[in-house]
Design a protein around this ligand. Structure first.
Ligand SMILES: [Zn+2]
Ligand SMILES: [Zn+2]
Length: 133
């Protein structure tokens, strides 16, 4: 059995293409309309929503806070995203993306619990890597 995962939009910024069967969760880009699950809090540049410059974790946390205040969108995420791969522009590295949070919300977790799971999983992975080095 394979679990749904975060995948990267294929193509380039001007010709974004979705991997097969993935749901796009990013901002508007040429060829890709803004997803209703896009994160209004960008990482690495000033955020128009709150005036801060978020790092990746803070951007995901701000998204979790937004989602936790929107039960209707949360319910829609559970029904529409369950079992689907989620596509975003973020590179698939060990840093988080709001798509990782949405993957957890799609399994039925509420947004803030999903955030705790993401943070905990990240720290566990770091600890295991230390054990092995
Ligand atoms: Zn923000
Ligand atoms: Zn992303």
């Amino acid at each position: 059995m394979t679990f749904p995962q975060r995948v990267r939009v294929a193509g380039d910024l001007f010709h974004g293409r979705l991997p097969a069967d993935a749901v796009y969760v990013g901002r508007s880009a040429p060829g890709l309309p803004r997803s209703r699950w896009a994160n209004r809090h960008p990482a690495g540049k000033p955020c128009r929503a709150c005036g801060l410059t978020h790092d990746r974790w803070a951007a995901v946390a701000a998204y979790a806070a937004d989602l936790s205040r929107d039960p209707a969108l949360t319910a829609d995420a559970r029904s529409a995203l369950q079992g689907r791969d989620l596509a975003c522009w973020c590179h698939p590295d060990d840093r988080p993306c709001h798509a990782d949070l949405l993957l957890l919300v799609a399994t039925g977790l509420d947004a803030l619990t999903a955030l705790v799971v993401l943070v905990t999983a990240h720290h566990a992975a770091e600890l295991l890597a230390q054990e092995q080095s």
